[in-house]
Design a binder for this molecule. Sequence first.
Ligand SMILES: [Zn+2]
Length: 191
Amino acid sequence: MAELKGSKTKLRAYFLAHVGEVLSYKQLQDVAGGVAEFGRRIRELRNEEGWAIVTHRDKDDLKPGEYMLESLKQRPAFARNISNETRACVLDRNGYTCQMCGLAAGDIDVQGRRVRLCIGHIVDKSAGGSDDPGNLRALCTKCNEGASNVTLPRPKLIKLLAQVRRATAHDQMKVLRWLIKKFPSKVSKRA
Ligand SMILES: [Zn+2]
């Protein structure tokens, strides 16, 4: 166990010394001292400590097996303490969509990055907000960091319908599938 802990410390230090640089699987394996489970240590750094370590799944200019620590900013600790169950429930309720900018998990944002969702508080903890699911919402990592800082106003219904009517049939089908998934109980079984 001491060895595993040591490898995480070494990996953290290495990432912090190489912010914004592309690091290869091989490099990191060497840093971790050839520990077989170093991939898990990296996930712990990301998920438990909140470091912004990205892979090809998050960033299109990274190849499989490449990693990058994007910034020195850690996600706030609260976001790491929410149980997987609560997280899944909130994401499901919000239709896997960022409640600030409206992008969905897996969408590609303006900078070509895949959208990753996290859980944020509606009433901030500093303002007395609780960790209760009712006070949580899905946010993309960017909105959560306050990077975009814009809450889009909800579209007016008339405008929204006009947009959907003008969309391709293919996209309309996607909207339909998304709505059915979001409101399963409203779909008539006889239809
Ligand atoms: Zn967002």
